[in-house]
Design a protein around this ligand. Structure first.
Ligand code: C2E
Ligand code: MG
Ligand code: MG
Ligand code: MG
Length: 285
């Protein structure tokens, strides 16, 4: 593709060629700069986990949290969408992902040791991690941190499972034996059919916020969310809605017996310290 662009640029004449070429060089070098910065970020302790609370829709009590990585780079907080893809391409996601897993479990264990019963901590797992010694990493981190396996939720996406379905199925079965929970993230946005769901040892479906968005008025979103909840119920899967932003959405989900929810209506992802305050408040009430 870059070659094609160059060829095209060349055919437009010398000035254009220089223009395109400079632009492409710039892109390549800013990528390299970013890659190097990312490489150093772990050593510099420049990553931080933020936690977004999840709530039981019936009781409205805290049911867990999702750990979401942030990168503090040059005084700015960078969102994962800005650097996870590069981390995946370069393989850096292996060490970053392991750090996320360890830090999430460490924090979860700390809350427990302080007497705060945080029911679960979820971490996102990239497809790359899934392919390299993931099982032994999880096992080791649980042992090292003392975080109870049952409280750890591993979030994977449909595409992670579909890339090598046979292997993924076996890996999930092994992970289940450790006692951890498996959640299917961004459900509904991938290509997997509903029939696939029962082939994998899953505990939880996370309904993507793309479908929550149109609730409660959009007829299609209502039908889709309603069907997902039905199927999940029949398959014995827990359900959690992502990206709940309005009281009307929460009301719809409660009525349709979606079990849990997370979203800006309740809270955005917050630093561990703020999450501790939130737990304390939850206890007080
Ligand atoms: P995700 O796992 O689906 O996480 C949910 C994303 O939706 C988070 O964005 C969260 O802040 C955002 N969100 C939550 N509630 C709402 C809401 O009510 N409205 C809207 N508009 N957004 C909401 P974030 O933190 O920017 O993360 C984006 C994605 O980056 C995550 O999507 C996940 O795929 C990935 N990610 C985050 N942390 C990690 C990590 O540690 N490892 C890996 N591999 N991926 C991560
Ligand atoms: Mg997630
Ligand atoms: Mg998601
Ligand atoms: Mg997502």
């Amino acid at each position: 593709n870059a070659d094609a662009a160059l060829y095209h640029a060349k055919s437009l004449g010398r000035n254009n060629f220089q223009f395109y070429s400079a632009e492409m060089n710039e892109k390549a070098s800013s990528r390299l700069i970013m890659e190097n910065a990312l490489r150093q970020a772990l050593e510099k302790k420049a990553f931080e986990l933020y936690y977004q609370p999840q709530y039981d829709m019936q009781t409205r009590r805290l049911s867990g949290c999702e750990a979401l990585i942030r990168w503090c780079h040059e005084g700015e907080l960078i969102a994962p969408d800005q650097f996870i893809p590069l981390a995946e391409e370069t393989g850096l996601i292996l060490s970053i992902g392991e750090w996320v897993l360890r830090e999430g479990c460490r924090q979860g264990a700390e809350w427990l040791s302080q007497g705060y019963d945080v029911p679960s901590v979820a971490v996102n797992v990239s497809a790359v991690q899934f392919r390299y010694e993931f099982y032994s990493t999880v096992k080791e981190v649980l042992k090292e941190t003392g975080f109870p396996a049952e409280r750890l939720v591993l979030e994977v996406t449909e595409s992670t499972l579909m890339k090598d379905a046979v292997r993924a199925r076996q890996l999930l079965m092994k992970l289940k034996l450790l006692g951890v929970q498996i959640a299917l993230d961004d459900f509904g946005t991938g290509y997997s059919s509903l029939a696939y769901l029962k082939k994998f040892s899953l505990d939880k479906l996370k309904i993507d916020r793309a479908f929550i968005d149109g609730l409660p008025n959009d007829k299609d979103d209502k039908a889709i969310v309603g069907s997902i909840l039905d199927v999940a119920r029949h398959l014995g899967l827990e359900t959690i809605a992502e990206g709940v932003e309005t009281a009307e959405q929460a009301e719809f989900l409660t009525m349709y017996r979606c079990e849990q929810a997370q979203g800006f209506l309740f809270s955005k992802a917050i630093p561990a310290k703020d999450f501790t305050d939130l737990i304390k408040k939850n206890y007080a009430s």
